[in-house]
Design a protein around this ligand. Structure first.
Ligand code: NAD
Length: 449
């Protein structure tokens, strides 16, 4: 679809397009490559590293990790790419501070455990960086999120949470359909993180089947599982809420007003430990706090409801469980179906979503599908890194900003608070301080990124 007709069909206002045009259609600055560093070269960092090294417009000048094995894996990725070996920072958990003070960077990508994100994002801004790409989720506490928002405002820095699911091909085709009002006026949205992570949260030392977590384990089992021991809430909301927030323009004409969460009893991780490690395994004594299925309802200013689920510790096939429902019809990803009144093939019968998703394929996917081939998670990982780098090149705001990052990530501490209070409904803070009324949608509204 031509840009002109795409914009015409999005139903967005002239004001929003003026903003999008001035910010996003700026030409990239010619000349030097984007100097980037990567903090955290674990499994996710390595995937970002591969994508960054493939680009001709990026120099990866430094990498940092505390784990020799992960650094070795990253070094091999660099050697295989034929690119120059970046400067390596390691040795202690604050080596990233040396990286920030001793290198000249245009942007940094952070892919460390959740509890390190807020200190590293704040430290990067203190060091003068204007572009920070941080893996999901952004912080742990409400205070983390407020601190990051205030620092980004003070330093005029771009903090982009690298929420890749916003760029999933079907998610973006549905965004296209939402903007062309195929579903009518949106009413109710569902999503979540529904992924059996038992073999990720409990491993042996090399990542194989095992019942360990903490120092004896591998990758995320070294740290993620501790969150399941000590916390009860929706610990990973952003893959579900990111796309939903874009569909209903959260922080851009709409906002979350209140939230209420419920959790089930806790069985999955214990059962898995007994299954693979036996009843006498020391971890069989661990009492996990995280409920196996955490369900959250959010009420929005413009009258929509959002239903989110976190469900990672029991056997189940992967599905983010999206449902986008409006006054004229709905999409459901688990059944890959769409129904639109008066447009679907038969009254009251589902259409396979495939034809619709092909017809409304987002223009950015049509443009970049070759570049995205082979990139992680079906190609969407290319898009999120591409958006971060292209924003730096244009000195433009990132399409997902600090308010998105704070709002989406704050669901975790708010859901913990709600459950702690006996499923009370809690108010959702407005990180934009009223600006949500004036801010216009920008996500994927240009033909570059
Ligand atoms: N968006 C996605 O699809 C996706 C997929 C996987 C992981 N993630 C996110 O990416 C992040 C990293 O996850 P992962 O799977 O790579 O975990 P990982 O455990 O494999 O990697 C984390 C790395 O950070 C390093 N690290 C820890 N503390 C550090 C410190 N103080 N300084 C420097 N390095 C430090 C660890 O040694 C490890 O190598 C998490 O936020 C996770 O939720 C996102």
């Amino acid at each position: 679809m031509e840009r002109r007709s795409f914009i015409k069909n999005t139903g967005l206002t002239a004001a929003s397009l003026a903003i999008a045009s001035s910010d996003i259609f700026a030409k990239p600055t010619a000349g030097d490559k984007v100097k980037t560093a990567l903090i955290g070269t674990g499994l996710r960092g390595q995937s970002h590293l591969e994508l960054l090294l493939k680009r001709d417009d990026v120099d990866v000048v430094a990498i940092c990790d505390t784990d020799a094995k992960m650094l070795d894996m990253a070094k091999k990725i660099v050697s295989d790419s034929g690119k120059k070996m970046p400067q390596i920072f390691t040795g202690n958990v604050y080596a990233w501070k040396d990286l920030l003070s001793k290198t000249t960077l245009d942007g940094v990508v952070i892919a460390t455990p959740w509890e390190w994100h807020a200190p590293m994002v704040l430290g990067s801004m203190d060091a003068g960086l204007k572009y920070i790409g941080c893996e999901v989720v952004m912080g742990i506490t409400m205070e983390d999120h407020w601190n990051i928002v205030r620092a980004a405002e003070k330093y005029n820095a771009n903090v982009m949470m690298l929420e890749n699911v916003c760029y999933r091909r079907d998610v973006m085709a549905v965004l296209n359909m939402v903007r062309q009002e195929l579903f009518g006026e949106l009413l109710h949205l569902q999503g979540g993180y529904q992924h059996d992570l038992r073999g990720v949260e409990l491993t042996n030392a090399t990542g194989g089947v095992g019942a360990e977590f903490g120092p004896k384990a591998f990758s995320e089992a070294k740290w993620r599982t501790h969150h399941s021991v000590y916390r009860n809430g929706d610990l990973y909301p952003t893959h579900g809420i990111g796309p939903i927030a874009n569909y209903i323009n959260i922080n851009r004409g709409n906002r979350f007003l209140s939230l209420c969460s419920f959790s089930t009893k806790t069985r999955g991780l214990h059962n898995y430990i007994v299954k693979v490690g036996g009843e006498n395994h020391p971890n069989a004594k661990v009492r996990f706090k995280l409920g196996d299925v955490v369900t959250t309802m959010i009420h929005c200013n413009n009258g929509e409801t959002v239903f989110l689920q976190h469900d990672v510790n029991n056997p189940r096939p992967y599905s983010l469980g999206f449902r986008v429902q409006g006054t004229d019809g709905l999409w459901m990803d688990v059944s890959n179906t769409i129904y639109i009144e008066g447009k679907s093939k038969q009254n009251d019968e589902w259409d396979s979503a495939d034809e619709w998703l092909t017809k409304y394929d987002h223009p950015l996917w049509a443009k970049y599908s070759n570049d995205a081939k082979g990139a992680g998670h079906g190609g969407m990982d290319f898009f999120v890194i591409n958006a971060f780098i292209e924003s730096i090149k244009r000195k433009a705001p990132t399409p997902l900003d600090v308010y998105d990052a704070a709002t989406w990530s704050a669901i975790t501490p708010l859901s913990e608070q709600s459950i702690d209070l006996g499923q009370q409904t809690v108010d959702f803070p407005d990180f934009t301080a009223g600006q949500w009324m004036y801010r216009e949608p920008v996500f994927c509204l240009n033909d570059e990124y």
